[in-house]
Design a protein around this ligand. Structure first.
Ligand code: AP5
Length: 201
């Protein structure tokens, strides 16, 4: 199984690139933000609870996140792999995801860290705000999301670096170019895996 994680600041292109990668390598795209927005749209009790955090730009508590993600991951157990987009977002979520996947012997393969300048991030999200309908795309909440990212999500970089799984990708280029950068890392990984398999046979 090819399990990928894309993480980075809000607006860094996680969603855009995750859907391209999923399509190119025939993987399931699992976006925590999308799962939550869908629940909010349905107007469920859980949706109201999620919205109360998302509208403030705060992270949803881990227990609510994990329940949703595990359920979705188990639903796709027979897939060739999953692209996790926006999850994990805290070191605690990463530790628990590792535990969950390692138990099933399908560990995380590569973690992509999307790097984009702050000015560009704000401009992208403000641009998207014009037609996205996303209530968290306004200046005040965007700044909060960026602050929350710095404090709670950025530490994931060290966590995955220690596991030798981190691949830093500059997201400061057109979508197609960034997609090629990501694909070349994945192709390299798959090629190495294939060679190891051949040698072992
Ligand atoms: P989430 O939906 O994950 O939002 P986010 O992290 O703030 O990220 P965005 O969706 O804004 O940006 P992105 O990096 O996906 O970039 P995109 O491709 O869209 O989470 C929303 C909320 O849900 C959180 O605030 C939190 O409350 C909650 N949540 C979610 N997961 C959670 C978790 N695990 N734990 C706790 N809470 C959680 O691109 C942005 C824009 O830029 C688009 O308009 C796009 O077209 C454009 N663009 C993309 N790439 C390029 C490029 N290369 N050049 C020019 N423009 C580009």
């Amino acid at each position: 199984m090819l399990n990928l994680i894309l993480f980075g600041p809000p607006g860094s292109g996680k969603g855009t690139q995750s859907s391209r990668v999923a399509c190119r390598y025939n993987l399931v795209h699992l976006s925590s933000g999308e799962l939550f927005r869908e629940e909010v749209r349905k107007g469920t009790k859980l949706g109201y609870q999620l919205a109360s955090y998302m509208l403030k730009g705060l992270l949803v508590p881990d227990n609510m996140v994990l329940k949703k993600i595990y359920k979705a991951a188990i639903h796709h157990e027979d897939t060739t792999g999953i692209v996790f987009d926006g999850f994990p977002r805290t070191v605690n979520q990463a530790v628990l995801l590792d535990r969950f996947l390692n138990k099933k012997n399908i560990p995380v393969s590569i973690v992509f860290f999307m790097m984009v300048d702050e000015k560009e991030l704000i401009s992208r999200m403000m641009g998207r705000a014009e037609d996205s309908g996303r209530l968290d795309d306004n200046e005040e909440v965007i700044l909060r999301r960026m602050d929350v990212y710095e404090k709670q999500t950025r530490p994931l970089r060290d966590y995955y670096q220690k596991q030798n799984k981190l691949s830093c990708i500059s997201g400061m280029a057109p979508v197609k170019v960034v997609a090629e950068r990501i694909s070349s890392v994945i192709d390299n990984y798959l090629m190495k895996k294939e060679i190891i398999k051949l040698v072992a046979e």
